[in-house]
Design a protein around this ligand. Structure first.
Ligand SMILES: Cc1ncc(COP(=O)(O)O)c(C=O)c1O
Length: 384
């Protein structure tokens, strides 16, 4: 017998991700899929051409374990330009198979049995299972509506001598909110004189609107020395299927990160790393992202302004949350299912992002779509 009869799951309460569920339902019912976060438009032709070029030029074998020199150097230069901070390409930058692997590896590298990790809800669903599979316990802090703000004195009260890590996410999926300078100062204050590691998920770093600025944790020196910053080229270059990400961290943290990284994946896709390094040389390849996605957000909001859905303010990411309480009192799971099956439009309900399935009657819609997709989606929403 291969499996003992009393096999005990390490993640007994983990179900299939809501993203997989809603995307499958959308495909089954030929619904417009504004659920999972990925663009339906083409990626840069130049990027595709550069990947071809490097494949044909023989860059098809293992990359160095931390990533190619050229990509790490290009990231270092970019971070200096964006934030005025220097990360050493050799010892403080690592390329990963998407942000997901970066997050998992960081959690594995630092969280031990019975360690506590603070996570803010609604929370991107990759964090808590990674903590639990590594033996840690999660302490959830719900952000305060209507603007999804963080009550830092509440966070401070939850901290114990077992608190090993705090995971933040800005711009925030699913709500589209941002952590501001004052939040970072508060985080710095409450973690001062502790060994707490900050894991900062910044995959939507370039998707920020209305002239607001991304407050990367790396801009705050006291926080930066205890932080791992996670980025994703899947988001920046509209290529989520390529699963290419990176981590920035001071050398002592990066050393531990790499000890695990080498056994999780060792190295990631060589020709794509080379191609991305080329595109990072010129910031025209990403500096228009805020304007590009702000236009999409505003276009979508304009189209649905006469509907009965009420927008929740979206300052960043490519997700627009809509309150449907004027339309239905169904649970968000039921309503999202019915929208997909009966009305042919798929979204993501927010309750699965809460440990206690809190239901504020809000659905998340991805607006990283062609204008014609958004027009079709809005026509449906306006009729409901
Ligand atoms: C907040 C957040 N973190 C991490 C990821 C994962 O990024 P990647 O596709 O690079 O693994 C996503 C993807 O949707 C995300 O929204």
């Amino acid at each position: 017998m291969i499996y003992p009869g009393n096999l005990k799951s390490k993640l007994p309460n983990t179900e299939q991700s809501i993203f997989a569920i809603m995307s499958k339902l959308a495909a089954e019912h030929q619904a417009i899929n504004l659920s999972q976060g990925f663009p339906d438009f083409d990626i840069s032709g130049e990027l595709v051409e550069r990947v071809h070029y490097y494949m044909k030029a023989g860059f098809n074998q293992y990359a160095p374990m931390p990533g190619t020199d050229r990509l790490r150097q290009a990231i270092s230069t970019k971070v200096l330009k964006d934030h005025g901070i220097t990360y050493d390409p050799d010892s403080e930058i690592n390329i990963t198979a998407g942000a997901t692997q970066a997050l998992y590896t960081a959690i594995s590298a630092f969280v031990r049995d019975e360690d506590e990790v603070i996570i803010f809800e609604p929370a991107y669903d990759a964090y808590a299972p990674a903590v639990r599979v590594n033996g840690g316990n999660v302490k959830f802090v719900q952000m305060d509506l209507p603007d999804y703000t963080i009550n830092w004195s509440h966070v401070a009260k939850l901290m114990t001598n077992r608190t090993k890590m705090i995971i933040i996410n800005t711009p925030h999926n699913p709500t589209g909110t941002l952590i501001n300078e004052e939040d970072m100062t508060q985080l710095e204050r409450i973690t001062n004189n502790s060994d707490i590691v900050i894991l900062s998920d910044e995959v939507y770093e370039h998707l920020i609107f209305d002239g607001l600025q991304h407050q990367s944790v790396c801009r705050f020196p006291e926080l930066a020395r205890r932080s791992l910053v996670v980025g994703s080229f899947g988001k920046t270059f509209h290529a989520t299927g390529w699963k290419m990400g990176y981590v920035l961290a001071p050398e002592n943290l990066m050393k531990e990160f790499r000890k695990v990284h080498q056994w999780v994946v060792f190295a990631v896709n060589t020709p794509i790393q080379m191609a991305i390094a080329d595109l990072l040389q010129d910031d025209k390849n990403y500096r228009n992202l805020p304007a590009f996605f702000q236009q999409k957000r505003d276009f979508f909001l304009g189209l649905i302004k006469n509907s009965r859905f009420r927008p929740v303010p979206c300052k960043g990411t490519y997700f627009q949350c809509l309150d449907y309480s004027a339309v239905s009192d169904e649970s968000d799971l039921d309503f999202a299912r019915r929208l997909t099956i009966d009305h042919k439009i798929a979204s993501i309900p927010l309750s699965p992002f809460y440990m206690n399935s809190r239901d504020d009657k809000i659905l998340r819609f991805c607006f990283a779509k062609k204008d014609e997709t958004l027009v079709q989606a809005a026509e449906i929403l306006c009729k409901i």
